[in-house]
Design a binder for this molecule. Structure first.
Ligand SMILES: NC(=O)c1ccc[n+]([C@@H]2O[C@H](COP(=O)([O-])OP(=O)(O)OC[C@H]3O[C@@H](n4cnc5c(N)ncnc54)[C@H](O)[C@@H]3O)[C@@H](O)[C@H]2O)c1
Length: 256
């Protein structure tokens, strides 16, 4: 018996990286998974991999920054699978690496459209399905930089702070409907999002890993599954009394 048997889940940003790892793990644990992403080719690859392993998944093309598209896809997935139990808000972009006094309004808005409004839109349109079902679980991908600051990627870090707070606010609001809302906060995980940054770092990936893990107790970069297992726990009934939690999965970065 899988840990998500008879559950349906919609995951954004599931074409690659941690979203894909989460989708594959959820399907292996028995969930029917709505794989959604901007990237149709890779999204369909995720679905093919899940089906090849014996799981259930369908792909929907989705831009989380467009509310009409979000509503359409959430409704379609709930209709296809007969309801919605779990939403994982994973889609995200990192944007430009600038401090506050150099950021343009357009750069700020473009980042917030995906990383903040995307979580708002998906949550907004998933909640009515969960209320109709008598409960649900939402897991948001934030970051350690939604809890602490540093001197890089300012707009991204402020956006992830908003996701941390959206998590607590929605947890406080929707408990009366038996809907739980939690977030995960990874430090650096080796996914396509950071592979490019690592490749451009002087000395390449080994030097980047050394640099990025200097503040961690466990001095290696994260793997997508390290985080996906935390999301699985929070999404499952094992976490039935857990809501409003901002869970660091960070090799001990925020313990120091
Ligand atoms: N990789 C890290 O080190 C790290 C650390 C902390 C938090 N995070 C967060 O974890 C989440 C997953 O990160 P990842 O590293 O796996 O990223 P990734 O770049 O590997 O994958 C992100 C996915 O989101 C999709 N996406 C981007 N914009 C979208 C949009 N508007 N609508 C729908 N889909 C869209 C992309 O196509 C891609 O498939 C993100 O929210 C990211 O901010 C990542």
């Amino acid at each position: 018996m899988g840990r998500l048997e008879n559950k349906t889940a919609l995951i954004t940003g599931a074409a690659m990286g941690m979203g894909r790892a989460t989708a594959e793990l959820f399907a292996a644990e028995g969930a029917a998974v709505a794989v959604t992403d901007l990237d149709e080719t890779r999204g369909r690859e995720t679905v093919a991999a899940i089906r090849a392993a014996g799981g259930t998944a369908e792909f929907w093309s989705l831009d989380v920054a467009r509310e009409s598209s979000v509503k359409e896809v959430v409704d379609a997935a709930a209709q296809e699978f007969g309801g919605l139990d779990i939403l994982v808000n994973c889609a995200g972009i990192i944007g430009v690496d600038k401090p506050t006094h150099e950021l343009t309004e357009a750069e700020w808005d473009a980042l917030f459209a995906v990383d903040v409004k995307g979580v708002f839109f998906c949550t907004k349109h998933a909640i009515p399905h969960m209320i109709a079902r008598g409960g649900g679980s939402i897991v948001n991908y934030s970051s350690i930089y939604g809890m602490i600051g540093n001197d890089e990627f300012t707009a991204y870090h402020v956006a992830k702070g908003a996701v941390s707070m959206q998590t607590k606010q929605d947890a406080a609001t929707y408990g009366k409907y038996n809907i739980r809302v939690n977030s995960v906060h990874p430090s650096t995980v080796l996914t396509p999002l950071v592979e490019g940054i690592a490749a451009d770092f002087p000395g390449g990936l080994p030097a980047y890993e050394e640099h990025m893990t200097g503040n961690q107790s466990l001095r290696r970069l994260g793997r997508p599954l390290d985080v996906a297992y935390g999301v699985l726990y929070l999404a499952s009934d094992e976490a039935d009394w857990v809501t409003g939690v901002n869970l660091p999965i960070d090799g001990g970065y925020t313990a120091r």
